[in-house]
Design a protein around this ligand. Structure first.
Ligand SMILES: NC(=O)c1ccc[n+]([C@@H]2O[C@H](COP(=O)([O-])OP(=O)(O)OC[C@H]3O[C@@H](n4cnc5c(N)ncnc54)[C@H](OP(=O)(O)O)[C@@H]3O)[C@@H](O)[C@H]2O)c1
Length: 298
């Protein structure tokens, strides 16, 4: 496909509350690993040139030491790279961030539970991004039940939303019953969970439930799958390879197209620090899989 025909717009749009996003977005976790700050900034600008208007981030995406545990030298925050690259922000850009987790160079990963801790994380995101209001904030849950009940944590964010610091709320790393638990406190515009062709498919019914409720379902690690932070496996699997060969595309593009075929409410946020991969990923917005492809991919 000629580069000037590649556009995130080809996947259509979805609404997060009153904000409209193109379904092919960008995950910013990997840019902190870029050895070169200018390269990360150029990549973010290129994403927007290619039509991306939905960027996922977190204040704890920071190297060295943050989520990817890589890098040396001065701290490089994804949120600050986004600000350096894209501020003043275009009107239509929607930046989605998450709280509930933090990273401290001394303490490592920390979970934020209390209203004061959550507020501090919201304020950190506002400061690093240079914003007065965050478009969407996901409450990111950890593995255990947490020191403070979910409804109280979500309630604390609902108060910050009422105060105008947050426009819309979402949930991350959640089970279906947890979506029910927070019903009535504030609307949930998106769910962000680990999900992909061969990762956590027990969530298939949850993906459908989100669609029925008008909630966006945003898989993370749609490429990396269960490889998580270590990245995509070299072994893509026979079915993915075969469909890629049939369409003359890469296995990663098949994975992203499959993601987008899971429903109009399913959004893609592939992450990369490589501009050639970025271009390929966005080109997948226009890749249409046949019913036979989808059956083969399971
Ligand atoms: N809510 C949560 O708890 C949570 C957790 C983790 C992540 N996230 C969000 O989800 C986003 C997506 O996750 P992710 O960035 O870790 O993983 P991903 O998009 O599933 O995969 C990224 C991996 O695939 C490689 N890759 C990307 N495009 C490629 C291509 N076209 N060809 C070959 N390899 C390719 C990347 O390496 P290269 O850099 O070399 O391209 C990297 O190793 C994150 O950026 C973050 O915003 C959310």
């Amino acid at each position: 496909m000629p580069t000037d025909e590649i556009t995130a717009a080809a996947a259509g749009t979805w609404t997060l509350g009153d904000r409209t996003v193109r379904r092919m977005g960008f995950g910013s976790m990997r840019i902190t690993a870029s050895p070169d700050r200018d390269r990360a900034i150029a990549l973010l600008r290129r994403a927007l040139e290619l039509g991306v208007n939905h960027i996922d981030t977190a204040a704890f995406y920071v190297s060295p030491g943050g989520t990817l545990r890589v890098g040396t030298g001065p701290a490089r925050y994804a949120t600050e790279l986004i600000r350096a690259a894209l501020s003043p922000y275009p009107e239509d850009l929607v930046i989605v961030t998450k709280v509930g987790f933090g990273y401290d160079p001394q303490a490592g990963f920390t979970e934020a539970f209390t209203p004061a801790q959550l507020r501090a994380q919201v304020e950190e995101n506002l400061r690093r991004l240079g914003l007065d209001q965050l478009d969407v904030v996901n409450l990111r849950l950890g593995r255990g039940p947490g020191a403070v009940p979910l409804v109280d944590r979500f309630g604390a964010l609902a108060e910050l939303r009422a105060a105008g610091l947050i426009r819309h709320l979402g949930l991350s790393n959640v089970r279906p019953e947890q979506l029910d638990e927070v019903a009535g406190i504030a609307p949930v515009v998106c769910v962000q969970n680990n999900y992909g062709i061969d990762a956590y498919r027990e969530q298939d019914p949850f993906v459908r439930t989100c669609g029925e409720r008008g909630v966006a379902y945003v898989p993370f690690f749609a490429l990396a799958g269960t490889g998580r932070e270590t990245g995509a496996s070299a072994d893509q699997g026979e079915a993915v390879e075969a469909v890629a060969l049939a369409h003359g595309v890469t296995p990663h593009q098949v994975r992203l197209a499959w993601t987008l075929h899971q429903g109009p409410h399913v959004l893609a946020i592939p992450g990369t620090g490589d501009v050639a991969h970025l271009t390929q990923n966005i080109a997948a917005a226009s890749l249409r899989l046949t019913p036979e492809d989808l059956a083969r991919l399971g």
